[in-house]
Design a protein around this ligand. Structure first.
Ligand code: IPM
Ligand code: MN
Length: 354
């Protein structure tokens, strides 16, 4: 008998439900799997606040713990904007990441030649671009205590334990070893103590990986270099906040943030898979959002959590094929594109993976 793998789907808010629907469509269309899939659905973010007054219920945490992996759409929206950070939809996502220890966030930015003209950068700058951002996801200023806000002042704490830096840096070195053995660690060591510690840990770890060519770069320079000459990078490792910002920049290199998938892994390679884009309330419910980031996140799930790189490649090829036929959602449309809706894009990709 085939084993059963459980995936929890948390569509969330805004365009989240629309992109998750297409990811599920692709999942269900995958043929010749050597496991059975059991899908379960639940609420997170604003959708959960509206029903349970909490962005992440203990019931959902329990389900997440007992599933093999999780697919998430997006959280947040205008309706909940005035809540305090500890009550916002985003808190549900942050708690999910931290409670399940999904500390290693992998955000690949790969340029598809089929949509190269939808990037704001010149073709020669981004042709064949393939870089990986390794972002620390469960510590740093996002989670640091103390934190406070009153009418007169507000503060947050940027803090890292050396053990937290070490485990993310280890993931980055391992990724570099599997790729072109080039690692750029991004920090703000000219100003921040926390970045000085980060650098020390990277240097210490690099002794164990003599084949990897390591470079340190300040985050302001890294932001500039990413748009000036992105192909100088292969693997970038950074803290939670800097990684958040750099991954949005690298998204634009690929043409649209609607193309960028992500994996957030714990020590056991169980993962949370989500598009890098947010809930995009301005386009939600119109059937125009690009589902490719979430569909490629399903590919990452197959590779990292289920040990099925071939299925991941199959999904990647299906996306390429549909793009090469000229089909595009609005965000990646070029001169001669045939513009399709979210669900038509999903149908076409699902058709090629079946
Ligand atoms: C991301 C998002 C989240 C983050 C938000 C929604 C909390 O921007 O996944 O990049 O800042 O981590
Ligand atoms: Mn972000």
């Amino acid at each position: 008998m085939k084993p059963t793998k459980k995936i929890l789907i948390l569509p969330g808010d805004g365009v989240g439900p629309e992109v998750c629907e297409e990811a599920v469509k692709v999942l269900k269309s995958l043929s010749n799997l050597n496991f059975n899939l059991e899908l379960d659905f639940d609420l997170i973010g604003g959708a959960s606040i509206d029903k349970y007054k909490s962005p992440l219920t203990s019931e959902v945490i329990k389900k997440a713990n007992s599933s093999d992996s999780i697919i998430l759409g997006a959280v947040g929206g205008k309706k909940w904007d005035d809540l305090s950070p500890s009550e916002k939809p985003e808190k549900g996502l942050l708690d999910l990441r931290s409670k399940l220890n999904f500390f290693a966030n992998l955000r690949p930015a790969i340029s598809f030649k089929e949509i190269i003209h939808s990037s704001s950068l010149k073709e020669e700058k981004i042709k064949d671009l393939d870089l990986l951002i390794v972002r620390e996801l469960t510590s740093g200023i996002y989670f640091g205590e103390p934190r406070e806000k009153n009418n007169k002042f507000a503060f947050n704490t940027m803090i890292y334990k050396s053990s937290e830096i070490e485990r993310i840096v280890e993931v980055a070195f391992k990724s570099a070893m599997e790729r072109s053995k080039k690692l750029c660690s991004v920090d703000k060591a000219n100003v921040l103590e926390v970045s000085q510690l980060w650098r020390e840990v990277v240097d210490k770890k690099s002794i164990l990986y003599p084949e990897v060519d390591v470079e340190h770069m300040l985050v302001d320079n890294a932001a500039m270099q990413l748009v000036r000459d992105p192909k100088q990078f292969d693997v970038i490792v950074s803290s939670n906040l800097f990684g958040d910002i750099l991954s949005d920049i690298s998204a634009m290199l690929t043409g649209s943030i609607g193309m960028l998938p992500s994996a957030s892994l714990n020590e056991n390679l169980k993962g949370l898979y989500e598009p890098v884009h947010g809930s995009a309330p301005d386009i939600a419910g119109q059937g125009i959002v690009n589902p490719i980031a979430t569909i490629l996140s399903v590919g990452m799930l197959m590779k990292y959590s289920f040990g099925e790189p071939l299925i991941s490649e199959k999904i990647h090829s299906a996306v390429k094929k549909v793009l090469s036929e000229g089909f595009a959602t609005k965000d990646i449309a070029q001169k001669n594109s045939i513009i399709v809706s979210t669900s038509e894009m999903g149908d076409k990709i699902a058709n090629y993976v079946s």
